[in-house]
Write a protein that binds this ligand. Structure first.
Ligand code: HEM
Length: 171
């Protein structure tokens, strides 16, 4: 059973965070003609993270060195595009008052930075011997990255579709 909040007769309950100046200001600032760069760039690290896992699985199945090399490139480009997406997201977080003030935006930041650390580790692990790196630690890291990228993307979607962050309020 949840306790009802105590309020006096005629008193309105308000969220103190919503009182902060700029709470309603959530429109993207890091954008090209109103289109947020972060939303446009996240597709690349998401897709490349899944490609890395796919290439690792194909290397395990076929033993063909091509797939180990493909995984190295997918891991590296996924990390670099992820950093680019991270910079645009961080700029948005710090510059837009209505995004900065919401706890959910900071939660997304923490999940995303964890992801970037894992993507960097997955790439770095392969740099000194991309074939030997796949089994077992490369593919295990790739599997972990796919889970964390899915969580990051799902949570980013919540920011846009539930909180309307980065969207235009103009009609
Ligand atoms: C590292 C720092 C990051 C910060 C501070 C950040 C912040 C944000 C913010 C504020 C939004 C709301 C939309 C906007 O204002 O543009 C957003 C959306 C989103 N973010 Fe991030 N982000 C970061 C990294 C990432 C990474 C690395 C990924 C995935 C690889 C990601 C995936 C997403 C997705 C999928 C959306 C929803 C886009 C849409 O549906 O339009 N974010 N992020």
């Amino acid at each position: 059973m949840t306790a009802e909040p105590i309020k006096n007769e005629g008193e309105e309950l308000t969220d103190p965070i919503a009182e902060i100046p700029g709470f309603e200001e959530t429109e993207s600032r890091i954008a090209v003609m109103g289109h947020p760069i972060h939303a446009m760039s996240v597709a690349f690290p998401v897709a490349l993270t899944f490609c890395t896992f796919g290439a690792d699985a194909l290397y395990w199945w076929t033993g063909d060195a091509f797939w180990a090399r493909a995984a190295l490139w997918a891991a590296g480009t996924g990390f670099l595009f992820g950093m680019f997406a991270g910079f645009s997201g961080t700029a948005e977080l710090l510059l837009v008052a209505g995004i900065r003030v919401r706890a959910a935006a900071w939660t997304h930041f923490i999940i995303a930075v964890t992801l970037l650390a894992l993507l960097g580790a997955n790439w770095g692990h392969r740099l000194y011997g991309y074939e030997a790196a796949v089994l077992p630690y490369g593919i295990l890291l790739s599997a972990l990255c796919t889970g964390v990228v899915a969580f990051t993307g799902w949570h980013g979607g919540k920011l846009v579709f539930d909180y309307r962050l980065g969207t235009s309020k103009r009609s």
